[in-house]
Ligand binder design. Structure first.
Ligand code: EPZ
Length: 418
């Protein structure tokens, strides 16, 4: 079983190149099912979830060549609308192929992704929008079985809650159609915007009406293009914490400052300072950390995917801080592990109260989900002594070359097989 071992207390130095966004690559990969011509994607992070999505697309009729961080995607004449459980179970984003399969083949059988550590992860809103635009969906033995039922050429849909994935499904089912679909109360995370930019560049007609509403005028077909995936803002935010927690001024390259504004504003409140070198590079200037009270909300608020990383940092802030997790019902699994390292954190419902301390001790800890795992790496970088992190497959799902990137900056971190 692979583990990560970290000797804490080492200062970091130098710079880190940020990879492309996992959560933008996944919906864009699903979108390639809508396009028969050849597509080239660049700046794709080669992480487990991307490889899982590639395997899934190959069973659905795509042929994909991986050349470092470039994917060349072409179509075979195989048309398959069955996304098997074995291929979807480890990656929640498997549900995103249902929209393109229905748009192209008028039917789909896609495994329910199943819950995961951070919550039940229902797909009811995905199914609701599919039924509103004309598809009948049944849930049978762990699969969503959908087929075209009727055609409506104009649909207006209001999301009952903001959902990144359901917004992406709504866009994917509408852009290749003879429909005009108006969507309201949509998610506007940068990853959703990247999907829209990809589709519009391929010939789709998706236009914003207001901040959280857009209209999709379906088109007959989409063309093959070359597209560069946006930088991963959550990976960048994670390394900002690595810099701050070890009090080491690090430079981050290949970032999008614009996508990081909502994260940077919170780090500035905690006391961090930043030197903006260009619109794709910044330097973190660590400082004395102040406590804060914050909640996770949809973009452009503070992202739930940065909650665990922020918590690691707030352990070293003066006074006590409070984080309220308002997106997922069970996203505090990292707290038990941080407590094993000596953190003083109290949980009450969806609120975590973090009492500032000056010392963490290394320990054996368990990774539970992608972001909880990386928060333990961050704590291990600064804890006294050795930290061993088990079940690191969670990390490998979403962070490209994490150990290599940190080692290059001087961290005493390695992967062992034990
Ligand atoms: C995306 O998940 C991201 N994953 C998540 O990142 C991220 O945490 C989340 O958006 C929120 O920003 C990908 O993009 C692959 P949601 P998604 O639909 O789309 C509820 C990571 O670490 N909901 O915005 O699944 C849901 O339970 C991952 O990279 C319904 O009730 O998130 C949650 O409480 C973790 N019914 C809330 O909405 C639905 O049909 C927001 O979920 C769909 C969602």
């Amino acid at each position: 079983m692979k583990k990560i071992v970290i000797e804490g207390g080492t200062k970091l130095r130098g710079s880190i190149d940020i990879s492309g966004s996992k959560n933008s690559s996944l919906p864009i990969l699903a979108a390639t099912l809508l396009i028969d011509e050849k597509i080239t994607l660049t700046n794709v992070p080669i992480v487990k979830d991307i490889l899982t999505m590639i395997n899934l697309l190959e069973t659905l009729g795509k042929k994909i060549k991986i050349k470092k961080n470039k994917l060349e995607i072409s179509s075979t004449n195989k048309k398959n609308y069955f996304a098997k459980y074995e291929l979807v179970k480890t990656m929640r984003a498997g549900i995103l192929v249902i929209g393109p399969l229905l748009a192209k083949l008028n039917q789909a059988k896609v495994s329910l992704p199943g819950g995961c550590a951070i919550g039940a992860r229902p797909v009811d809103i995905h199914l609701d929008i599919l039924s509103k635009v004309g598809y009948e969906n049944k849930v049978l033995k762990g699969y969503v079985v959908s087929k075209k039922k009727f055609s409506k050429n104009k649909v207006s849909y209001l999301f009952k809650k903001i959902s990144v994935g359901a917004t992406e499904t709504a866009i994917l089912i509408s852009c290749l159609s003879n429909k005009k679909v108006i969507l309201r109360n949509i998610a506007i995370e940068p990853e959703v915007i990247d999907l829209i930019n990809f589709l519009n560049q391929a010939g789709a007609n998706i236009r914003f009406l207001r901040k959280r509403s857009l209209v999709v005028n379906g088109v007959k077909n989409l063309k093959g293009i070359e597209y560069k995936i946006m930088p991963d803002r959550i990976e960048a935010g994670t390394y900002i914490v690595a810099s701050a927690i070890t009090k080491s001024p690090l430079i981050l390259n290949n970032i999008s400052i614009d996508h990081l504004k909502n994260i940077i504003v919170v780090f500035k409140k905690i006391g961090l300072k930043f030197k903006f070198i260009s619109n794709s590079s910044l330097k973190i200037l660590p400082n004395k950390l102040k406590s804060i009270k914050i909640k996770t909300v949809p973009y452009p608020g503070f992202p739930t995917d940065m909650q665990a990383q922020l918590m690691s940092l707030l352990i070293f802030a003066e006074g006590s801080s409070e984080i309220r997790e308002d997106i997922f019902e069970n996203r505090f699994l990292h707290v038990l592990e941080l407590q094993r390292m000596g953190a003083v954190i109290e949980i009450k419902n969806n609120k975590a109260k973090i009492t500032g301390t000056s010392l963490l001790s290394g320990a054996q800890v368990m990774a539970t989900d992608l972001r909880a795992s990386v928060c333990l790496v961050l704590a291990g970088l600064v804890a006294k002594g050795k930290t061993t992190i088990n079940r690191i497959y969670h990390l490998e799902r979403g962070y490209e070359n994490l150990v290599i990137k940190l080692k290059k900056c001087g961290a005493k971190i390695r992967i062992i097989n034990a």
